[in-house]
Design a protein. Structure first.
Lengths: 147, 408
């Protein structure tokens, strides 16, 4: 579905802007500039405001990025339990650094703050699905699901 | 001996969250039926008398908050459930919602009737996508059984911003804006969503409401610490053996939480500190573990109960390094609206980073203390005001760790 059609499903209230952005990202993995401008039109707000929203929330990206968004929690409980080792394993496995996307456009790698699964640290999410008790050794298996 | 007592989690693991019938068979929606027969002022009075205080962190008297909104005349009022749960180490609201979504819906419907609202919104953090459908399904089931009358309930999702847990930032976000806190007053019960009277309550606060209505204010106010009665859901993380959750009366001690319920330290190492209330909470040393967890008692030792997160650290942990991580969190999550926090969280991170990598001097520690004072006094919202508690509490109780990292 294109962003114009997606936006139509949410047009009845400006309250829906965040949800509309989520829906666009589900399709494109990021918020293309034209989609943000179209959203501003659709909700009757200045484009600057729509960009303001798009850049405020950490789950939204206005830069093109890989299709499967991997986010690794770096909050204190995950930090002390080896999040840095998981980061190193991810970077090695994917051949990219944190904040980058793989050249084939399949993966994006980002930091996140606590995702509410602190009983099983360290935690990462892929497209918002959590993976618990992650170890450097379990990284390849997790990634295989998306390859 | 600390024992669990489940009120908010009374149905956890005992009902299928997908089936309203399960909830009904355990007395679900009876409290709502009872509430609807009560005079609204009397209903609010009961909640006030129960002395239920908010479980989202700020510990404000729930009934009192409701009475503010009740007393305002308006053509529309709103009830919002704060399900943003962003405080690191906290996962209690997720447990309540995933185990028993109807208790939240029932609590919201009661709150709505009490204050005269016909619209309710759950603001759910974007990190819990599977709960969106579960909650929407539960609402549809309650509507199909005509349990909610004219009360309309919807679920909105956030997109990863800790500050959106602050109630006025949450309201801005619901209006489709950047989640930046508003100047107060006016407070939401007077002017909130779309300028209308609005109650914002935490998931756990709302989840205990049905039980208070059914069993009475006196029953609730006699549980736990009289100044902060009831139970609290605690979520354990870090170097503790049982990394799980417990709901306990508010008069249990931290020692019982860590060593009895928590089973003590995971390895053969020793206890060093516990941080309660999430990443904005103070670090508490062994010598203060006999404090009970109620908000008022915790305040006496300069700590907070907050969200009920319990982050345990063993004696091999480097508190300066952990604080560096925490200052990065606040620098990242500061919304940037006010200067003390926008600049302060950045400078604080710089200073702690400098000490952490062995480049700090004694004068930097003084600067940290001074900056913390400015931030806690002059910041606009709770984020900037409490961001410094981890650093100041560790400087107080574990100053040798900082001293050991200073450059000669
Ligand atoms: C930075 C910040 C983050 C907050 N995050 C949350 C949160 O995630 N959940 C919550 O219920 N309250 C949070 N609060 C507290 C809310 O502002 C508000 O006090 C609370 O939702 C009121 O509900 P209660 O009285 O039922 O606790 C936060 C406050 C601040 C300053
Ligand atoms: S204290 Fe921080 S988070 Fe709160 S309004 Fe100021 S800049 Fe924003
Ligand atoms: S701290 Fe990483 S999931 Fe909570």
């Amino acid at each position: 579905m294109g962003y114009k059609e997606i936006l139509q499903n949410y047009a009845d209230s400006p309250s829906n802007l965040l949800e509309a952005f989520h829906a666009i990202q589900d399709e494109y993995s990021y918020l293309p500039e034209e989609a943000i401008i179209a959203a501003a039109d659709c909700f009757g707000v200045p484009a600057a405001e729509a960009f303001g929203v798009a850049t405020f929330y950490s789950m939204f990206s206005i830069r093109k990025r890989g299709k499967n968004v991997i986010r690794i929690c770096e909050s204190a409980p995950c930090h002390i339990d080896g999040a840095a080792d998981v980061v190193a394993a991810l970077e090695k496995e994917l051949g990219i650094k944190m904040g980058e996307s793989t050249p084939d456009g399949n993966f994006a790698l980002e930091f996140a703050q606590c995702v509410g699964q602190c009983q099983a640290t360290p935690v990462l999410t892929i497209n918002r699905k959590p993976y618990l008790n992650v170890t450097p050794a379990s990284v390849p298996t997790i990634l295989a699901e998306y390859r | 001996m600390a024992v669990e007592m489940r009120i908010a989690l009374r149905n956890y693991g005992k009902v299928d969250p997908n089936k309203i019938e399960d909830y009904l068979s355990r007395g679900g929606y009876e409290a709502l039926k009872k509430a609807l027969t009560m005079d609204r002022a009397e209903l609010i009075d009961q909640v006030k008398k129960s002395k239920l205080k908010g479980r989202g962190g700020a510990s404000f008297n729930c009934g009192q908050k409701w009475s503010f909104a009740y007393n305002v005349d308006a053509d529309q009022k709103y009830v919002i459930c704060n399900a943003d749960e962003g405080e690191p180490g906290t996962y209690k609201d997720r447990l309540i919602m995933e185990g028993d979504p109807h208790t939240l819906i029932e609590g919201m419907a009661i709150a709505a009737y009490a204050v005269g609202a016909t619209e309710g919104i759950v603001y759910l953090r974007g990190e819990y996508p599977e709960l969106v459908e579960l909650l929407r399904q539960a609402v549809a089931q309650a509507e199909a059984k005509e349990l909610l009358g004219n009360f309309k309930l919807s679920v909105h999702i956030g997109a990863g911003a800790y500050v959106c847990g602050e109630e006025t930032a949450l309201i801005e976000s619901l209006e489709g804006q950047r989640g930046e806190p508003r100047f107060k007053p006016p407070y939401p019960p007077v002017s909130g969503l779309w300028g209308k009277p609005t109650i914002v309550n935490n998931v756990e606060t709302l989840a205990v409401i049905p039980e208070i209505i059914l069993k009475g204010a006196d029953w609730f106010s006699s549980i736990g610490d009289p100044e902060f009665p009831g139970t609290k859901v605690l979520t354990l993380s870090g170097d503790v053996k049982n990394r799980t959750f417990f709901e306990v009366p508010t008069d249990v001690t931290l020692r019982d939480v860590v060593f009895e319920l928590g089973g003590g330290i995971r390895s053969d190492k020793k206890f060093k500190a516990v941080q309660v209330g999430g990443t904005s909470g103070a670090f508490i040393p062994e010598s203060q573990l006999d404090t009970t967890i109620g908000h008022t008692k915790m305040a006496l030792i300069g700590a907070t109960l907050g969200s009920g997160a319990v982050f345990v650290l063993d004696d091999s942990r480097d508190l300066v390094d952990i604080n560096f991580q925490i200052t990065k969190f606040f620098e990242h999550e500061s919304c940037g609206k006010c200067t003390p926090c926008r600049e302060g969280t950045m400078r604080m991170r710089e200073l702690v980073e400098k000490v952490n990598c062995g480049q700090g001097k004694a004068a930097d520690l003084d600067l940290i203390t001074k900056l913390a004072r400015v931030m806690s006094t002059a910041s606009l919202c709770g984020l900037g005001q409490t961001a410094t508690a981890p650093v100041t509490s560790t400087l107080k109780h574990f100053s040798t760790e900082y001293a050991a990292k200073l450059k000669e």
